[in-house]
Design a protein around this ligand. Sequence first.
Ligand code: C2E
Ligand code: MG
Ligand code: MG
Length: 717
Amino acid sequence: MRSSEETSGLTLTERAARIAGLRSFETPTLEDVEYRRLQLWMLTLSLLLAVAVALATFTFWHDLPPPAWFQPQVLQWGLVGIVILFCAYAIEKELQLRRLSQLLVEERVLTTALTNRLREVSSLLEAGKAMNLVLDLQEVLETILNCAHELLGTRDGSIMLVHGEDELRTVYASGKSAARGARLRFGEGIAGRVATTREPLLISGIIDPERRAREPGAHPPPTSSLSVPLIHREMLLGVLNINAAEGHMYNEHQLRALSLFGELAAAAIANARLYEEQRLVASQNVYQALHDLLTNLPNRALFLDRITHALSRRRRKDQLLALLFLDLDDFKLINDSLGHSAGDEVLISFAERLRNCVRSGDAIARFGGDEFAVLVEDISSPPHAVAAAERILAIFAEPFTVGGRSVWLRASVGIAVESLVASSAETLLRNADTAKNVAKSQGKGRIVVFEETMHVDALRRLDLEVELQQAIDQQQLAVHFQPIFALMPNRVVGIEALVRWHHLEKGLLPAAAFLPLAEQAGLMVEIDRWVMREACETLKTLRAEVPLKAPLWLSVNISPTHLREAGLVDQVVEVLTATGLEAEKLVLEVTESAILIDTDKVSTHLNSLKSLGVKLALDDFGTGYSSLSHLRRFPVDMVKIDRVFVDGITTDKGANALVQAIVRLGRGLNIEVVAEGIEQQSQADALQQLRCPFGQGWYFCEALPPDALASFLRRSM
Ligand code: C2E
Ligand code: MG
Ligand code: MG
């Protein structure tokens, strides 16, 4: 339907302008209209006054003679008519102007209200933007509360988040009346009620004023408050509480505004939580990528980084740093015999001891398996690094307890010390690793400091490993025999089989030069089996060729791996049967490290061998920990005093006393005692004085090939 204004051809604005009497067709302002109304009133009043004056003049001024043409009656009615007409116009105009004025007042009120709403909406949008700009949860909570405060003109409020199934906890609060750290069950209090109903709540007036009055120390309660649920994707995250400033009351409109704000706030909280979760996962991933998860020690990658940092720091200070590379000796035995979880237990407790042993600034790491590394900073000379390594090796003075058993361990340590002028983390690590390998090849529990020549040696060893496999295939191995002597008087009573390698270029290699390689390459059992058969057959031939006064015993070395082999006992039976050697003439030599772990397997094998009648010897006696306890635990027939004690027998009182004690012990326990590595007559004499029954060494005779042994025996019998 077309409006009357449109039909008259004028727009509302034009009509309004015309009513207001304005020449331009712009929308009249309230002031314009009011001014027009004032003008109209003034004009009306002026006209009425003029008419009144005229009438009065003509009515009361009788002395003036009227002109002839003057008709007073006509004039009076004429004036009354004009007044009536003008009044009618003025009233109509006044009504129009008043309506227009009212319209303009209403429009102004509406505009103000609309402006306020717009301001609120833009504040909401701004708040939403601000909340989304931060990702840290605490910062998000702070921003939410600040924005809510700004929106509602207060400084008092709190955010409670859902904890567990049905609890709300205040996680952020500001102002006086908000209870920090408050906890509410769903349904309890105002926030609890909002959590249950998920509906916003406007509170006007003080709730439970009597109870409040009984709490004299408490802050005055707010006279009005708003609580809205924080819901994101239909999930209740918490409740936002806002308390009015003193004397202020909130209304429904503000509640609606805060509800809207609550939706934005909930989204921001959900985002921050998601971000935090992702950050946590990311940091866990980073942790896992840089740590050994069994011991929680840094891994190789992180350790390399630490070395690099240490190097750059030290370069400025002109100091030394040392890298200690540790490898647990015979750790594989623990895994093989006690199981991998026992091995893990040992690694964990070793890592713990290592942590307590190093200085707080020194970095430690596990490289996997039984390899560990320690970075020792701020040392002034290489001996300091050796001292640090010795302190670490002291860790092994105490046994490790695994599943109620005591396990003795040792470690080989390689040290690389750098002057740090031209060095990289990788080089340092490679050097320490090389030194560690040298330490391992020299025996157990050793500390070796890296030297440049070691790289060449390492390469040579690698070549040797390949060659060794070929040597076995091409039968380049041989068994030599070192005679064992009774010392009072000197006569040959036994022989020890020692494996040798006729290397095509290097000539004859002793066992010590290649057995560690064989162990690494997994060739040890194969070699041991071959040596045992070869040695027994040689003795059989020897017996036939050389008339011996008394049958010699044959000592054969058994490697730790071979000792745990399931077929060991069967093999011994087979060899004895094949060669006709009496079981009691076969002595199997095992090192202390081989029986270090008191496994059921080792005990069973040793007992089975014992029951065959075979003799057992403990080789290199005295170099291991708790040597004496091994004598009690295992069915040992013979101990072989290690060469280091024989070396010092004439010079070192301690070594002398130890040899004496072992000899006495042997006599007391009915165990044969053989002294190894006798190189000088003085040593042989000293041993005789200590009444050591047996001995072997270069002083008497070195290890000989079978034919040379036969000649030697012929000469000495
Ligand atoms: P071991 O059983 O204690 O053997 C003694 C080692 O000392 C031998 O070295 C021997 O040549 C050396 N030796 C003998 N008398 C003297 C001396 O007066 N002075 C010095 N400095 N050394 C002397 P080899 O043959 O190199 O053997 C080293 C170790 O390798 C042996 O120590 C033994 O544990 C092991 N081994 C040797 N042959 C075999 C084998 O066939 N199987 C296994 N499993 N191990 C073997
Ligand atoms: Mg031996
Ligand atoms: Mg020995």
